[in-house]
Design a protein around this ligand. Structure first.
Ligand SMILES: [Ca+2]
Length: 601
């Protein structure tokens, strides 16, 4: 008896699609992605404390996907969104250390839509590659304003902002800023349809809501509002950031309304991984980074007035990789046929406004260090989910850019089986009661894992230098490998990272380079040095060497820049090496960054 309604639903779904008139060709696509906002961080999910009136109203006008999955963390989801492929196929395996770079042979949805005649813009967090030619304006986006890394540190007067490859200064709260840029893009329209991708970096840490130069009025008011409701300060800050997201979603939708674009625009709202807030969880287990539902189930709301039924609800399990073929179908563009695309278009489900089946299986795996089939993984069918989450030991601050293969052994005792239909909170492990289901899901997961990792190398891509659009290349510590007893990488938000503790002769850090054209580069060192330390540092690429003894800076945490010489570098793969010639006292320096500036021949 349980199966009958399901069959009817499938038949209904198919008949709606088959009998429906064709969709209007090439609608505009406005795609809003938020960062670390949970499934539960919406009023419509029963969260009585958060205030998201715009998104709640938008949900009533949209098709709501109730089993929609992102990857457990940021960059893997973005890789899947941009390519329709699970991230491991693309060479992307990390959120830092250069492992967050989308393979150069991947085809992005922006490239496809641009080819199909769309104007394309991206406003927000890219997180798929820092260097040319991995930057978004070189990967199909006509227009990019945003940042490359996983987060920035200043949200009010935002730092690390880039416009089409060039660093720029910007003011205004970052969510307002990216929304302003998206609205400018939408309103600068011509006859072409447009694709406007708005990957807002809120409410990702560091949870900054201040408006310091405006008297902190808005930030203080929003935080105070949530503190009064009894939230802890951290939670109040996250909710306050979501208030601002909601307000800006309203600005985008109002722009469409005023410009009479609403009926010709498909609007998508989703978030990039599980939430980080803990005040209200809608009964889901765990948070961002995990393979439990709280780590991977995210909202997906899709609105197209008169085409997709308002208030529709899709129960079928769907995945972030599905948006790529969905956008292709909306644009009338062919899905690339020279590679495996994991996603399946959601258009039939959207037109029906319902559906109980889409993917037989959806897969998750996340290990910061290296793709690993035994560490943190899960696979689900429409009812069951097999999950394994093993805690890794060790300090994240000392994580090497050199991927280490885990020594974890497969351990069936750590596998958990959940009945998601009856236990969406993943409270009861049924693995012992259903060994055949466990076997089936594990076999399916391993089949998938072998498939998506087959023939792919997982290493930080070599840093390209000599690309014509990037005459100055910033070499960051997080992309280095290092060797030595004292030396260590310290993560402080990318531009403030260091490699420090250089004490013994021979202690070294290296970066792999991909030299696109031969030439001479001026080397500038950004560093801090205490008067209690010092010494001589050598930088080399092959036979080309420069040495320097940088003077002290006001403290070891104040970074100054100094040009230390020139390196002649041949075309091809090369290794840039920094090493201790001599050191005394506390440490030689704290190496913050290197800048390679091409000298015109
Ligand atoms: Ca995220």
């Amino acid at each position: 008896m349980r199966r009958l309604p399901l069959c009817l639903l499938i038949i209904l779904c198919q008949s709606v699609t088959a009998d429906s008139p064709p969709l209007p060709a090439q609608p505009n696509i406005l795609f809003v992605l938020t960062d670390d906002q949970g499934w539960w961080d919406l009023g419509m999910r029963g969260n009585k404390d958060i205030e998201t009136p715009v998104l709640d109203q938008f949900a009533e006008e949209s098709v709501d996907f109730t089993r929609y999955y992102a990857a457990p963390v940021c960059a893997p989801t973005r890789a899947g969104l941009m390519t329709g492929r699970y991230c491991f196929r693309t060479g992307l395996y990390n959120t830092r250390f250069g492992g967050d770079t989308l393979g150069i042979n991947e085809i992005t949805i922006a490239q496809v839509l641009k080819q199909a005649g769309y104007r394309t813009g991206c406003f927000g967090k890219w997180h798929l590659g820092k260097y040319a030619p991995y930057q978004p304006h070189l990967r199909g986006f006509d227009e990019f304003l945003g940042h490359y890394h996983g987060h920035i540190d200043e949200y009010d007067y935002p730092d690390q902002i880039v416009h089409n490859g060039k660093p720029v200064e910007a003011r205004r709260y970052v969510t307002d800023l990216f929304t302003d840029a998206a609205i400018e893009f939408i309103e600068a329209g011509d006859d072409r349809p447009w694709f406007c991708y708005v990957p807002l970096n809120a409410p990702h840490s560091p949870w900054v809501v201040g408006t310091s130069h405006d008297g902190q009025a808005r930030g203080d008011v929003l935080i105070a509002k949530y503190l009064k409701k009894g939230l802890a300060l951290r939670e109040a800050r996250i909710y306050a950031m979501i208030d601002i997201i909601d307000e800006n979603m309203g600005r985008l939708l109002e722009t469409l309304r005023q410009d009479k674009l609403a009926e010709n625009t498909v609007v998508i709202f989703m978030t990039d991984n599980g939430g980080v807030s803990r005040h209200y969880k809608a009964g889901l287990r765990s948070n961002k980074g995990s393979i439990y539902e709280g780590g991977v189930r995210v909202p997906l709301l899709v609105r197209w007035p008169k085409q997709f039924p308002a208030g529709g609800e899709v129960a079928a399990q769907c995945s972030h990789v599905d948006l790529f073929p969905t956008f292709c179908e909306l644009a009338g563009a062919a899905v690339p046929d020279d590679r495996k695309i994991d996603g399946k278009s959601l258009v039939p489900l959207l037109r029906a406004g319902m559906g109980a089946r889409h993917h037989d299986y959806v897969y998750h795996a996340w290990d910061r260090y290296f793709p690993n089939p035994d560490f943190r993984w899960a696979v689900s069918d429409q009812r069951w989910k097999l999950a394994c989450q093993v805690a890794r030991t060790g300090s994240a601050a000392r994580v090497s850019a050199d991927p280490q293969i885990s020594s974890n052994k497969p351990s069936r005792s750590k596998w958990q089986l959940f009945d998601l239909q009856n236990d969406p909170g993943e409270k009861t492990n049924l693995a012992k009661a259903h060994p055949k289901t466990v076997d089936r899901l594990r076999v399916e997961f391993l089949r998938w894992f072998e498939d998506v990792t087959d023939g792919v190398t997982y290493q930080p891509v070599p840093i390209p230098i000599g690309h014509p659009s990037e005459p100055v290349v910033e070499i960051q510590p997080s992309w280095a490998k290092w060797q030595g007893k004292n030396i260590e990488y310290v993560f402080r938000g990318y531009d403030w990272d260091t490699i420090e503790g250089w004490k013994d002769k021979g202690e070294a850090a290296t970066w792999n380079l991909d030299v696109l054209s031969p030439g001479t580069w001026e080397v500038e060192l950004s560093y801090g040095r205490s008067a209690r330390g010092g010494g001589t540092l050598r930088l080399s690429v092959g036979d080309s060497v420069v040495e320097c003894s940088p003077p002290p800076t006001p403290t070891a945490d104040v970074f100054e820049r100094t040009v230390i010489g020139r390196l002649a570098i041949d075309k091809g793969e090369a290794i840039l090496k920094a090493e201790v010639v001599s050191a005394h006292g506390t440490e030689l320096i704290r190496l913050n960054r290197l800048f390679l500036r091409r000298i015109e021949p």
